[in-house]
Design a protein around this ligand. Structure first.
Ligand code: HEM
Length: 418
């Protein structure tokens, strides 16, 4: 079946950032794979080969067995030439495929747990609920700025990208005047292949990020506060401060993971509501649907497109023989449209309950910021249904050229916002 499927799909649909930008997520290709060859050996030109994991059950199995499927050395899709360049630049990071950052997402147990425990108290639902007043205020101010009758708004540029960014800066304890810098750096990292976002001197991006966060660490060591940056800057493991690279990597991860993902969920959710007016009306009529709507938005938009795992020994997934060292590519948006889990996966339905989507991952690396992301999306929807009316798309949508974390980069709307 594998060879037949190879003829049915074009592997470039799965890996090319440009195609994600031009056509959006390759849902048709994923549907073929789920049906014909759920664990599919893929050899796209210019990339090292990998197994595509397209089904919910297989993604859950792989993510839940970190001793069998390691989070390194391969983390995300990169052309072979780029991987080679990284290995040459950072030979000491060969065990991570030349990626010099040591982040939670590249660690395995037991080290992973030790590092995760440093920040996890900060992301517990009870702590996040204390942040709700601030989320509420940020949401109100952003809508205030965009209020008016029949007003043109680029929802991504003027709303969705600022909302999670402000919250992130709040959580980290970064002052508002440094927001734009964080915005630029995260765009440059996740939108590296996008003509509007990437930078010419990509090799200087990480040094610039490190310099910024090192300054923040020094600031929070000199004057600790109640924020997450202070917790990390002053954290110890076995009585020792965190090693330099691990500490700075933690900042890079939180700053990037907490921003682009939520922006894409927010804009993807807004578009889904506009494309499904009955669901939008149902949400306006019954605010108790806001909580399940948040889950459905994350399932529908699935902003994290993929992560890799690497088999630590010979094993089997979905009946396929996997060899030690093989890479497995987990496609979250595909798992979230799995026909074996939902009868109608291509319907956007805000009342799904339960909604066992994998948009936040599952198992050892389950998203640390999920409670915060959900609170942001919920409070956004609460304000939006009350304040926004006569809203519609008035121009060209545009997707980010990205195969890792993706979604809309322009959503031009006209609305009346009270
Ligand atoms: C809708 C928004 C979000 C989505 C869809 C999302 C998705 C994900 C996914 C799929 C993973 C799993 C990675 C894996 O299995 O290897 C993950 C991990 C993570 N997320 Fe999120 N995320 C979101 C928001 C946030 C926010 C707001 C933060 C923090 C402020 C955050 C911080 C993290 C961190 C630190 C990890 C790594 C956890 C670990 O490796 O143990 N995320 N996220």
């Amino acid at each position: 079946m594998g060879d037949v499927t190879g003829a049915l799909i074009d592997p470039l649909d799965l890996v090319s950032p440009e195609l994600y930008g031009e056509r959006g997520f390759p849902h048709e290709t994923w549907a073929i794979l789920r049906r014909e060859d759920p664990v599919h050996w893929c050899e796209p030109e210019g990339f090292r080969p990998f197994w595509v994991i397209s089904k919910h059950a297989d993604l859950k199995y792989v993510s839940s067995n970190p001793e069998l499927f390691s989070s390194r050395p391969r983390l995300t899709l990169q052309p072979k030439a780029a991987e080679q360049q990284m290995l040459e630049m950072f030979p000491d990071a060969a065990d991570q495929g030349g990626m010099p950052l040591r982040m939670l997402v590249t660690m395995d147990p037991p080290e992973h747990r030790t590092y995760r425990n440093l920040a996890s108290p900060y992301f517990r639902p009870r702590i996040v609920s204390n942040l709700e007043d601030r989320i509420d205020e940020i949401t109100r101010l952003l809508f205030d700025r965009l209020s008016g009758t029949d007003r043109d708004v680029d929802f991504v540029e003027e709303f969705a990208q600022w909302h999670p960014l402000r919250m992130l800066c709040e959580v980290l304890g970064v002052s508002a005047d440094r927001e734009e810098l964080i915005l630029r750096l995260t765009n440059e990292l996740f939108g590296a292949a996008d003509p509007d976002m990437g930078r010419e001197d990509q090799e200087n991006l990480l040094p610039e990020m490190f310099e910024f966060f090192f300054g923040l660490v020094e600031e929070k060591r000199a004057k600790p506060a109640e924020d997450l940056a202070s917790v990390l800057a002053n954290a110890t493991i076995d009585g020792e401060p965190l090693p330099h690279i691990e500490l700075l990597s933690y900042f890079v991860l939180i700053a990037t993971a907490g921003h682009d993902t939520t922006r894409n969920a927010m804009s993807g959710g807004m578009l889904a509501l506009l494309q499904h007016p009955d669901q939008f009306q149902a949400l306006r009529d019954d605010p108790s649907l806001i909580r399940p709507a948040v889950e459905e938005i994350v399932r529908w938009a699935s902003p994290v497109i993929h992560f890799f795992r690497t088999a630590t020994r010979d094993t089997e997934v979905g009946g396929k023989q996997i060899r030690a060292g093989d890479s497995l590519l987990l496609f979250y948006p595909s798992a979230n449209r799995d026909e074996d889990v939902w009868d109608d996966p291509f319907e956007f339905r805000i009342d799904r309950d339960p909604n066992p989507h994998l948009g936040f991952g599952v198992g050892e690396h389950f998203c640390l910021g999920s409670a915060l992301a959900k609170a942001e999306l919920r409070i956004f929807l609460e304000h939006m249904v009350r304040r926004v009316s006569d809203v519609g798309v008035v121009g060209e949508l545009a997707n980010t050229h990205a195969s890792f974390v993706g979604g809309l980069k322009h959503l031009p709307l006209r609305w009346t916002c009270r």
